[in-house]
Ligand binder design. Structure first.
Ligand SMILES: [Zn+2]
Ligand SMILES: [Zn+2]
Length: 110
């Protein structure tokens, strides 16, 4: 699977942040529950997006984000993604709070 479809909207986010500037460092958060592969994302950026946007000098940093779950019933945050029921109220309607997205955390310009 090619990851350009996810890299493109991220590139747009970067463009909005740099406002025509030249990025020196780009930090992208990849949620472990997002299903996206960092190596493929790196390839999409370094081999497709960077040459296209002339961002070749930029340093690309990926930060992994562990998934966090939340119980919609009592509001408890569950750190362990292996649990499928709330340890407090026993509800098994668990929502993903974080770690399921890919987003641009920070862009530092030259
Ligand atoms: Zn490619
Ligand atoms: Zn609960």
């Amino acid at each position: 699977m090619h990851e350009l479809s996810i890299a493109r909207p991220l590139a747009k986010e970067i463009e909005e942040k740099i406002k025509g500037g030249n990025p020196r460092k780009i930090i992208i958060v990849v949620g472990e529950a997002s299903g996206f592969d960092i190596n493929f994302l790196r390839h999409s950026f370094e081999d497709h997006i960077f040459p296209e946007k002339k961002w070749q000098g930029a340093e690309l940093i990926f930060e992994k984000e562990a998934p966090t779950l939340i119980c919609p019933n009592c509001g408890k945050t569950i750190e362990e993604a292996t649990q499928f029921a709330c340890p407090d109220c026993g509800s098994n309607e668990i929502d993903i709070k974080s770690g399921n997205r890919v987003y641009v955390k920070e862009v530092i310009c030259k």
